[in-house]
Design a protein around this ligand. Structure first.
Ligand code: UDP
Length: 246
């Protein structure tokens, strides 16, 4: 992880103390320098998963920037009295970087989501960011990674956005990031939002920190996954009072 920024540990995962604006400026510089970078935007579910999976935790440690994606991380850091400045979500970072790529005519590889979703995502990107160079794209349901990675290597993009959901996307990036001097970032369900298959919560819900509730209404099947949140908060309190066994 980059030494330039302070780190804040939440249940064993180190988060980069960084704002949206700082991360964006940093990634622009990294991109202009052709530095190889790995960005993880982590939420409470990811933190809990990392606690049970040492291999995944090692991958998070190998990332250059790990940001607080989700109000749960901000709350957790506050409870532990080591606050983080703000939420830095995968979707917002993706949109800012697409804007940058459009302005600077940078190239982007898009990997992930269902075949019809990735097609819609690409159409949307072509329309909204016409000067951005599309290095290539592939849906996230490939059998053999070789075909995809060969394409990424040959096209040598400035940015590689991987929407395979966690933990798949981080395992993929950790395995292949050395193929190109790109900025690699896992973006979860962001292509579904870009394509319009899933709606992002309106600003009201985002501002009142209930984006997760909006998401639950849209995708009720996420209910079981969301039980991670209360479990996570209980563990943060246990950590605060020194009662958490490692
Ligand atoms: N996905 C994929 N390949 C897979 C599994 C999932 O491309 O083998 C895609 C899926 O279509 C969706 C995204 O990964 O677009 C996962 O979205 P989700 O909102 O679940 O992301 P998470 O919250 O796990 O980061």
């Amino acid at each position: 992880m980059s030494d330039k920024y302070e780190k804040v540990a939440v249940l064993g995962v180190n988060f980069t103390k960084i704002t949206n604006r700082e991360l964006l400026e940093q990634l622009k510089t990294d991109s202009l320098n052709h530095s190889n970078r790995f960005v993880i935007t982590a939420n409470p579910e990811i933190v809990l998963y990392a606690r049970d999976n040492p291999e995944y935790l090692a991958i998070i440690k190998s990332a250059d920037y790990t940001t607080a994606d989700g109000i749960g991380i901000i709350k957790g850091a506050n409870i532990l009295k080591t606050p983080l400045p703000e939420r830095v979500t995968g979707f917002d970072t993706l949109c800012s970087l697409l804007e940058f790529a459009d302005k600077e005519q940078k190239s982007v590889y898009f990997l992930g989501a269902k075949p019809e979703t990735i097609k819609k995502t690409i159409a949307k990107v072509r329309h909204e960011y016409p000067a951005l160079k599309i290095a290539g794209y592939h849906d996230g349901y490939f059998k053999d990674a070789q075909e995809v990675t060969a394409e990424i290597k040959v096209s040598n993009p400035d940015f590689v956005f991987v929407a395979l959901g966690f933990p798949k996307q981080e395992f993929f990036i950790a395995q292949y990031r050395q193929l190109t001097a790109s900025i690699w970032m896992g973006v979860g369900g962001s292509f579904d939002v870009l394509a319009g298959t899933v709606k992002r919560a309106p600003l009201f819900w985002q501002k009142h920190h209930i984006e997760w509730l909006y998401r639950l209404f849209q995708e009720p099947s996420r209910f079981w996954r969301m039980l991670a949140l209360p479990k996570y908060l209980i563990m943060v309190y246990l950590e605060k009072f020194g009662l958490l066994k490692n």
